[in-house]
Design a protein around this ligand. Sequence first.
Ligand code: EPZ
Length: 434
Amino acid sequence: MDKFVIRGGNPLVGTIRVSGAKNSALPCMAAAILTEETVTLENIPSVRDIATERKLLAAMGAEVELGTGTSDHRTTICCRTLSDPVAKYEIVKTMRASSLVLGPLIARTGMARVAMPGGCAIGGRPIDLHIKGLEKMGATIAQEHGYLEARAERLRGAHLVFDKITVTGTEDLLMAAVLADGETVMENCAREPEVTDLAALLTAMGAKIEGAGTSTIHVQGVTSLHGAQYLINPDRIEAGTFLIAGAITGGDLTVTDCNPDHIRAVLSKLEETGAKIDIVGPDAVRVRSDGKHRAADISTEEYPGFPTDMQAQYMALATQSEGVSLIKENIFENRFMHVQELVRMGANIKVDGRTATVRGPAKLSAAAVMCSDLRASASLVLAALVADGESILDRVYHMDRGYERIEEKLRSAGAEIQRMGNVFPARDGEAAAD
Ligand code: EPZ
């Protein structure tokens, strides 16, 4: 199992480039199922979840490059033949986003056999809203032996209203709707940029979609889609993570190849704590800090609110901020796995239900800590960058799922961080799904 060794104390100075968004790439790769022609995606991040999705598609019969020896930032997928439209549990258990193949498989082949994702470190992660929407579009879905067995002659357009805002639920049903018979109206949709990214790819493939990025999406079903080439958006969560790294270390860091419009809530919160934020170009943000921060509360909300995927990283900063920061996690029921590890490093944090109370600044001392999920791991890296001494972070495969070569990127800005143990790529069956 790989570990990170991090010696704290260095301010981050310089420039870090953001990779493509994992959470855009995953639905866009699944969208290739919808056509017999080739779909080529650029600016794909070289992370484990992408390798997992390639394996998932290849196991169904798709032609897709495998492993990490490929040209890492591009993937070319052709689903002309889908000989085995099954998402097997062995793969799904390592990445719950595998459920994103459900809608496209039913839409393209009229059937799908997808392992139920099960829970993960941050919560139960049900997909009942995906199922409810597909059934309303005419699919019959049975659940047995841990699998969903779905069938539909041809999905028909429907008026769907999501009981809760769900990102992959919106994406799954959007992919189902583009080949359905008639019009689909989807209300209470997720507005995340990843949804807009997927809709842009589907439109390039010939789909007829209006309203992506708003709460109401209209889709006119078509009979077939063609191939396309598409450039994936930058990863807004990676950008936010590095900006907090610049703030917490009292550095002067420019994050490039990002989209400032996608991280407005994070930028304004960083300014509220006293960091100096400058937009230094259409795709670059500069953060400067003296390392002293004021406490500020956050409450995680769906986009464009403060993202749940940035909550753990913000908590690391809050441990260093003067005063009391209240952190409310409204999206997932168990997304405080990083708290105990931060407390072991000396943080003063109390959790009551979905609210964490963080008192700072607390002097953090280096420790051996355990990564538990993708974003909790990022929080521990940020804490280790300011802790006194050398921290050892175990199970960093969680990070490799969603951060491309994070140790190299941080080292290039002055961090003392080394990876120990085997080098990525992944070994099977290691990670719980996020
Ligand atoms: C996506 O997960 C992201 N993953 C998550 O990022 C992100 O944290 C989450 O959206 C929220 O922004 C990908 O895009 C691959 P949801 P998703 O459906 O779609 C409940 C990361 O760190 N819900 O928006 O699975 C659910 O339990 C990952 O990159 C249902 O009840 O999240 C949660 O409480 C972690 N029934 C809430 O809705 C459903 O059918 C929001 O979940 C679906 C969801």
